[in-house]
Ligand binder design. Sequence first.
Ligand code: KG4
Ligand code: ZN
Length: 349
Amino acid sequence: MLCLGIESSCDETALALVEDGRLIAETLASQAPIHSLFGGVVPELASREHYRFIGPLFDQLFARCACRTSDLDAIAVARGPGLLGSLLVGMAFAKGLALALGTQIIGVNHLHAHLLAAGLDNKLAFPALGLLVSGGHTHIYRIESPWQFIQLGRTLDDAAGEAFDKIGSVLGMPYPAGKQIDERARRGHADPKLLPRPFLDSGNLDFSFSGLKTAAVNLIRGQKGFGAEKDAKMWSPADVDNFCASLNLAIADTLAAKVDRALQENPDTETLILAGGVAANGMIRDRLAALALKHGKMAIIPKPALCTDNAAMIAYAGYLLARAGFSHSLEVESIPRGKKIPEDLEHAG
Ligand code: KG4
Ligand code: ZN
């Protein structure tokens, strides 16, 4: 079974082909350099860039492999959550192609695809516990199967990636700052007492990162040149490395504490899946892998290139759904962030 995946939910235009569960080709155009000029993603610019890139990327994808468009068994497209204008570019392209080729279309939940991507490199076993940590979301799921996700917890304000990006921007780092903070943290020494671990006593599996963000920003602004008294100290590069290590540790501790609780409450889960852009973070990967081991489970963490936005995850999720007999009609709609994604998959049986 050959499935095309199309991803255009934010600032990455990407296409990929998965054949019988194996990635055979992919193309990706990142818009990060354009949006970093504005300190964050500019929705109108993102839609225009998707529109500019999607056709050439499609031609490039098929030039890279031995298959033809007529070989496609399914077309999977990220339907949301994301920026509506950006999602619509991918959706219109997918529908046009499905209509022209007479191929089935599958609208894929971008967040579920992040977690299922782990199956490209590893064998997935269900039920699984999933932690999705990206720029817009921090969610814990119980995953019964590739089409049954039960949300157990979520962030009430900022996502973990958003906290990295906003704090990094106050430090003067280009957007998105998560990767740079991760790299600097590797050179620094963490002070476990420097920053708070928010919302750990909430008694549930929800997160809140806004208090940590405010505490971190206040520390940065306590320096000379950042708005503090003129006799305040200016951080050296080593101080910045140490601060990044402390921030990394505070976020890793917070994520690990909630996942620990979720694993205790879901002892029958077979594996722990970590996914989303923040899952590329070295310390978070190590902490979650150790935690899974403590609970006698296997941690499944995709390689960093599969953690950030990509189309291989959409193609793979589409393949799993198509193989199980699920598809959408051409009426399938893109769903922007903040709106519930309808459970409207149709089953062939
Ligand atoms: O999943 P993703 O590519 O896009 C969304 O769907 O949001 O995640 C992007 C997020 C950004 O906040 C970025 O700073 C963060 O992932 N990120 C990292 C690392 N690499 C990317 N955060 C921490 N450490 C990293 N190595
Ligand atoms: Zn994403």
